[in-house]
Design a protein around this ligand. Structure first.
Ligand SMILES: [Zn+2]
Length: 214
């Protein structure tokens, strides 16, 4: 009888050991990270499939080609819960469409922009506002010159790129896309700081009705 007990105990010990080793290895498995550098100008290609994957588009632009711009759009459209956008100039219609699509899906969007550039011809800030997206504009006399977005509080998109047509397709620009917490967290902190700093209600500022403040 004792032999059966010894075998049983030995088998149990073996199972526990295997479980512990498995957990140890799982914990040590490297975190899958995103670290990308994208350079612009980006070749102009059709990005319709990113918005309507089932559509067979017949427009004259090249199809089925991945570019810096399509990758940028993919990262933006990957948002599932929130996106905080701090952008100096925003006139790119495709990027505006991506933000509107996120808003339609129920993603919480906060946009902080420069008050002068938000009002120029072609700016999409008014389009976002009219769609019900929370927009605040910097109330300092200096430019709000940032160009960054934080997706789902985990993915940072930042660089020289303004969200304009010429920046995407004409200029030499760069962006970094990363989910490194040491880089993402300071941008979350800076966004929240600027968001609160430009709270019209708290600051007592009076802004045109063009903007809504949330
Ligand atoms: Zn097309």
């Amino acid at each position: 009888m004792w032999a059966v007990k010894v075998v049983f105990l030995g088998f149990s010990a073996l199972l526990v050991t295997v479980e512990l080793i498995s957990r140890f290895l799982h914990c040590r498995k490297p975190r899958r990270t995103t670290n990308e550098v994208l350079f612009f100008p980006s070749k102009e290609v059709c990005v319709e499939r990113l918005f309507r994957p089932s559509l067979s588009c017949t427009c004259p632009l090249p199809h089925g080609i991945e570019t810096s711009f399509s990758l940028l759009l993919r990262h933006i459209l990957s948002a599932s819960s929130s996106m905080d956008l701090c952008i100096f100039a925003f006139s790119n219609v495709s990027l505006c469409r991506a933000v509107l699509e996120l808003h339609r899906r129920g993603v919480i969007i906060r946009v902080l922009s420069d008050k002068d550039y938000a009002a120029i011809n072609g700016s999409q800030i008014g389009v976002l506002r009219r769609a019900g997206i929370c927009v605040r504009c910097d109330c300092n006399s200096t430019y709000m010159h940032h160009k960054f977005a934080v997706v789902d509080k985990r993915l940072l998109i930042t660089g020289s790129l303004n969200w304009t047509l010429s920046a995407v397709h004409n200029n030499m620009e760069n962006i970094i896309v990363t989910d490194e917490p040491d880089l993402v967290q300071p941008f979350i902190g800076e966004f929240n700081r600027l968001w609160e700093h430009n709270n019209k209600v708290k600051s007592g500022q009076v802004w045109p009705l063009f903007f809504i403040y949330c």
